[in-house]
Design a protein around this ligand. Structure first.
Ligand SMILES: Cc1cc2nc3c(=O)[nH]c(=O)nc-3n(C[C@H](O)[C@H](O)[C@H](O)COP(=O)(O)OP(=O)(O)OC[C@H]3O[C@@H](n4cnc5c(N)ncnc54)[C@H](O)[C@@H]3O)c2cc1C
Length: 421
């Protein structure tokens, strides 16, 4: 490989904060709101043009594992329900309108006093010493900038900040190195709920049968979906969400892979919509509204923390004194190898119980003033496939923001904050 050398340069420090949260997905937004509400001067830096991450740029308008949680996630759901006139049902996954979510997250951050910077990528760090971060470096239309804080929270999903800071991390299944497939999601309309209940998640009598029925409809229209259990979710009125593709053997850490996966998936979605439309009848007016700006990435780096959550913890239903929330969602490993299975490869393999997520899994083992929240916390391949869902990501974010604010106020490390469940 050929290389060139960049010239050394002075980088302006654009802001000094108590807390900087990197990445504004479900975890990052809740972390920033919690930190600011606890009195910390807080900045939230996000690569995309909206807050919400997979919820919004990824179009994943379906919140799982929120029912046993209070705090910011409950507040968000309560307000989404008020906007849409829907009942708050803690026993069911929560659908929402993506634009409502974008606006709500922006309003909540602004009300809490969070400084928001969109369209800005975390690209490097400056350290005070081996185990202390001084600044994150960003790139954007404003050029290269530095941002200083006492405590940083990596909520980039892929663990970009932890990696730049030199933290140890793991990726993929330890036996094969393979990661779960990505899926590009889309919104569609032109169908009526009463006509498609047999193939719609939560309305069909059996979730598996509903997915297989949708697959056979696609087959009848001449396409075979790359995800063996294609799924339609009803969001609001005549708007539906579809997850019907799997992009196998692609790495979230390779821009080439993510680009190829996105282009392939977008093409497949068009062919699936056309195939269903071609059937006429209930599908005849089916129309694609939007595909995600961001392909859905199930897994990136898992940054090493003071505690690594494991499959054994899930099987035991582990409880911890420093629990930040209880995760009730099971193991959900989507097929890593399409030659073996195109569905859920973990289906029925392990019996797990609800388990606690400890604060120690949200604190870096290598950098004292770095916390993680969301899918990049410290856990093994199987635990990650469970706690990555957004009800838990949001709760982790809130806890991280709260603890980071206390640490900054006391000028101590997050690990030294006295915290109990
Ligand atoms: C296809 C798919 C289907 C899913 N289905 C469900 C479901 O039905 N229900 C459910 O609850 N969960 C579901 N999940 C899981 C869930 O969406 C994610 O695990 C969750 O969004 C994790 O939240 P997060 O905040 O950790 O990460 P993300 O939502 O990934 O947010 C990370 C944010 O960081 C930003 N970012 C990344 N790198 C940088 C950088 N270098 N600089 C600045 N910003 C950066 C990103 O733009 C993004 O906004 C699904 C996931 C996928 C991929």
């Amino acid at each position: 490989m050929d290389f060139c050398m960049e010239a050394e340069r002075k980088v302006p420090v654009s802001g000094e904060y108590d807390i900087i949260v990197c990445g504004a997905g479900p975890a990052g937004v809740c972390a920033a709101i919690a930190a600011a509400r606890n009195g910390a001067k807080t900045c939230l830096i996000e690569l995309k043009g909206c807050l919400g991450g997979t919820w919004t740029a990824g179009l994943l308008a379906w919140i799982i594992d929120h029912g046993n949680k209070n705090g910011i996630i409950a507040e968000l759901i309560g307000e989404l329900c008020a906007i849409s006139g829907r009942e708050y049902d803690r026993d069911k996954s929560m659908p929402f309108d993506v634009e409502d979510m974008k606006y709500l997250l922006e309003s909540k951050c602004i009300d809490a006093g969070v400084d928001i910077r969109l369209h800005t990528a975390i690209t490097a760090v400056v350290k005070k010493d081996d185990s202390t971060l001084d600044c994150v470096i960003t790139e954007s239309k404003s050029g290269r900038e530095a941002w200083r804080a006492q405590v940083f929270i990596d909520a980039t999903g892929d663990g970009d900040l932890g990696a730049k800071a030199g933290c140890r991390f793991a990726v993929g299944n330890p036996d094969t190195g393979l990661t779960q497939p990505m899926s590009l999601l889309c919104l569609m309309t032109g169908i009526k709920l009463e006509d498609v209940k047999d193939v719609t998640n939560g309305y069909c009598a059996d979730w598996r049968e509903g997915k297989l029925a949708l697959k056979s409809e696609m087959n009848r229209g001449g396409v075979d979906p790359s995800y063996g259990f294609p799924t339609i979710f009803h969001l609001v009125d005549d708007v539906f969400l579809m997850m019907a593709n799997h992009q196998y053997k692609v790495s979230a850490l390779s821009a080439d892979d993510v680009t190829r996966a996105t282009l392939t998936a977008r093409k497949e979605i068009r062919s699936q919509i056309q195939a269903l439309r071609s059937l006429g009848g209930r599908w005849k007016n089916l129309r694609l509204i939007a595909t995600g700006e961001q392909i859905g990435v199930r897994e990136g780096r898992r940054i090493k923390g003071l505690y690594e959550l494991t499959l054994e913890d899930m099987i035991a239903g582990a409880e911890f004194d420093d629990a930040v929330c209880k995760c009730r969602f099971g193991i959900d490993v989507h097929a890593t190898d399409p030659t073996k299975d195109k569905g859920i490869e973990s289906s029925g393999k392990y019996k797990v119980k609800p388990y606690d997520i400890p604060l120690r899994s949200l604190i870096s083992a290598d950098v004292g003033n770095l916390m993680m929240a969301g899918r990049c916390i410290s856990g093994d391949f199987f635990a990650h496939s469970s706690y990555r869902v957004t009800g838990d990501a949001a709760a982790m974010g809130e806890a991280a923001g709260h603890v980071a604010a206390l640490a900054a106020r006391e000028h101590i490390s997050p690990a030294a904050v006295k915290f109990s469940k």
